[in-house]
Design a protein around this ligand. Structure first.
Ligand code: BGC
Length: 729
């Protein structure tokens, strides 16, 4: 038992960069980054250099697998590495939505969609925590840009907040109970996330039932006392003796209730007690193999004209062009940077796979984005003399702390693609990037296009696996590739100014916005090709008390075994609230032998059909017909089934004296009461203006209590009060 106030205060801050404080009978534990590897600091002087650990694919890649089971295994493997390195909490997963493709940390996040992010992160957390290691779900919340990340206020309406930016957090918290949630640096609607009582206590704990501990992002706390009062338990890093003293004094002076501090301490104790002891070494070979499996599953085949891929392993000479083939670009910069246990490069793996000649030219330098004529000419010569050219290009800088300036590939890479395709039209482009790059217009001239993201330490072998068809690609885009930056829904409101960023596109994040504006894109959300093809039969949808089961037969119509990711998008025609044209609500990977058919069932939980009703202040499932469209991407819907879903009880919008005539008219009981009132109004001019046909169009926007004041109104302010009672009875 800790009794000393000073000990209690000390426990709520770290004792070092990666350690909690030991006090009384509570020992210290280690928390470290995260998320796609264990970055345990090796040298006290260098915050970023870690001891070697498996560098798994960053979330941009693991998110593109659409494979929850794979994420579970990745979580387990990370748990094993944490145990071997005596780490008790791993700082991940990062599940902020990719609001803008320019987001500097997009490579650390899964998707522009909250269901996809939430489902994958839930399995990651379950896998990790099954090993007795805690997760830290981050960054809570609305941390979607790096520009002014420690001060900016994300200005977002409540419905958008609930349905988009908080939804994945809600899912992971309610389904996987992460040991910790990490609060974000930024402000949310004017209040620092670290001091946001509504966010950290009312929503996270009271509504969602979070049982764990809230830890600050490193350096996010401005005011320790305000943060504790809001529901933050642990301030990192430490030590912060001065802050501890302020906390103790606040309790002594009655400014901070003693129970608040005691509760934070109890949560820290509970976390420490849950931690499992260190173990022996993990199986580095097996983890590398897993990293390779995930990486191969993450690759998205965007274009494959005339079946240029897979490459043949006999007799087809290959020009491998671009420095990234030899010097892999496999992770982004900042706190997630892992020191890999080993590093595969595509050039070595390609050379080892084929018996035909493989020739390499770097094509560009990695220290400059400007085109180098000599290097390009050398690459062009190799392309001309080879059966096929594979060009490795991508982004050169993506890091925590800075957003990107544009979506374009470096000039040197664009020049290389253009010149190589001109020399040899049989060209495949492999992209290595942590967030989408613009592929228009150059992709039109390239028959093969492979989105290979940042794939972690086994990316080189995974790329060879896909290029040669050892793995049939099944990755799908977890974010839209726009034709150009200015098409993006976030474009007009990013990155904000003067300390504020307005989330002006509201609910229409990512594909929701592109679809609502019927805009063409380069490659839509959910898209990805395979070396085989799939056909869909008729879909059926069955509604039950817990949700809707959508079943569709899927057939592998090609000659190779392959995996389809069946995606289900939901629409609610004629909804009483504004909605995106369609929203992903469920998905399922299915592996099929050539010619085989499987009936794939995607279960959509009833909660996932709910929208946040701002009038009622709660989640509501709207009554009526819903369309469930199954398909291969958000813009390739193959089979639709419609089913009636029973609405949430008591979800009528309340009518008040200042509700408008049209609000009264859209409510069946309201319309009845209002019609009666008009009918009793005789031949007054207002009744005549209402048209007498019951449409009330002219008066639609007028609140009843205001209408009552007009000369000739069929009712008085007193009658309106009576009508309100009647209608809400
Ligand atoms: C990042 C977190 C990270 C922490 C510790 C912060 O700058 O935002 O994601 O876990 O540092 O390195």
């Amino acid at each position: 038992m800790i009794v000393e106030l000073t000990d209690q205060a000390a426990l709520t801050s770290g004792s070092a960069f990666w350690k909690t404080t030991a006090a009384g009978d509570v020992p210290a534990i280690t928390l470290t980054d995260g998320p796609h590897g264990v970055r345990l600091q090796s040298d006290a002087g260098d915050m970023l250099a870690g001891r070697p650990a498996t560098c798994f694919p960053p979330a941009v890649a693991s998110g593109s697998t659409w494979d929850p089971a794979l994420l579970h295994r990745m979580g387990e493997a990370l748990g094993d590495e944490c145990r071997a390195m005596d780490v008790q909490v791993l700082l991940g997963p990062g599940i902020n939505l990719k609001r803008t493709p320019l987001g500097g940390r997009n490579f650390e996040y899964f998707s522009e969609d909250p269901i996809l992010s939430g489902v994958l992160a839930t399995e990651w957390v379950r896998g990790l925590q099954s090993k007795g290691v805690g997760a830290s779900l981050k960054h809570f919340a609305v941390n979607n840009q790096e520009t002014d990340r420690m001060t900016v206020s994300a200005e977002v309406d409540e419905r958008t907040l609930r349905e988009l930016y908080l939804r994945a957090f809600q899912r992971v918290v309610t389904q996987a109970q992460p040991w910790t949630v990490m609060c974000a640096y930024n402000k949310v609607n004017g209040v620092y996330a670290s001091q946001h009582h509504w966010l950290l206590t009312e929503v996270l704990r009271d509504e969602w039932g979070f049982e764990g501990l809230v830890v600050s992002d490193w350096g996010a706390v401005v005011d320790r006392v305000a943060a504790l009062a809001a529901g933050l338990d642990l301030t990192m890093p430490g030590p912060d003796d001065a802050g501890d003293a302020v906390v103790a004094a606040a309790v002594r002076d009655g400014k901070l209730p003693a129970e608040v501090l005691e509760t934070a301490v109890a949560r820290i104790r509970a976390m420490v007690e849950k931690s499992a002891p260190a173990t022996g070494p993990y199986d580095a070979e097996a983890h590398h193999a897993l990293a390779r499996e995930i990486a191969a599953r993450a690759i998205v085949l965007l274009k494959n004209d005339d079946d240029i891929l897979p490459l043949r392993t006999d007799g087809q000479s290959v020009a491998v062009l671009g420095e990234f083939a030899r010097t892999p670009r496999y992770q982004g910069g900042g706190s997630s940077q892992i020191t890999p246990t080993r590093l595969d490069d595509a050039l070595t793996e390609i050379t080892a796979t084929t018996t035909a000649p493989v020739r390499f030219a770097p094509g560009y330098r990695t220290d400059s984005d400007a085109a180098d004529e000599t290097l390009i000419a050398e690459a062009v010569a190799l392309a001309e003399g080879s059966d096929v050219a594979v060009v490795f290009v991508g982004t050169t800088r993506e890091t925590e702390g800075a957003d990107r300036a544009d979506l374009d590939l470096p000039a040197a890479h664009l020049a290389l693609i253009e010149r190589v395709v001109a020399a040899n039209p049989r060209t495949v482009v492999v992209l290595n990037n942590g967030a989408v790059v613009r592929t228009a217009p150059w992709d039109a001239s390239v028959p093969g296009l492979v989105e290979a993201w940042l794939l972690g330490q086994a990316g080189g072998s995974a790329i060879a696996d896909v290029l040669f068809g050892r793995v049939n690609p099944s990755g799908r885009l977890a974010e839209t590739i726009p034709l150009k930056l200015s098409d993006h829904p976030s474009h007009l409101d990013f990155p904000g100014e003067a300390g504020f960023v307005r989330y002006g596109e509201g609910l229409h994040v990512g594909y929701r916005g592109f679809d609502a504006r019927e805009q063409p894109v380069s490659y839509p959300f959910g898209f990805g090709l395979s070396y085989t093809t799939f056909s869909y039969g008729e879909a059926t949808a069955v509604a039950g008390p817990d949700g809707v089961d959508v079943t569709v037969p899927v057939t592998n119509t090609g000659a190779r075994e392959g995996r389809e990711i069946v995606q289900v998008y939901v629409a609610k025609p004629g909804s009483r609230v504004r909605r995106a044209p369609r929203e992903l609500k469920g998905f399922a990977p299915v592996d099929l032998a050539p010619g085989a058919t499987a009936a794939v069932t995607v279960r959509i939980a009833r909660d996932d059909l709910a929208y946040w009703d701002t009038r009622l202040g709660r989640w509501v499932v709207e009554d009526g017909d819903y369309e469930f469209a199954a398909g291969a991407s958000s813009r390739d819907l193959r089979a639709t089934a419609t089913v009636t879903v029973a609405g949430s009880p008591d979800s009528r919008w309340p009518l008040a004296a200042d509700s408008t005539v049209s609000e009264w008219m859209t409510d069946p009981r309201g319309a009845e009461v209002l019609r009666e009132a008009f009918a009793s109004g005789g031949d007054s001019p207002l009744v005549a203006a209402a048209g007498g046909d019951g449409e009330f169009e002219l008066l639609g926007g007028m609140p009843l209590d205001r209408l009552a004041l007009f000369p000739g109104s069929p009712f008085s302010v007193d009658t309106v009060a009576e009508m309100v009672k009647q209608v809400n009875a």
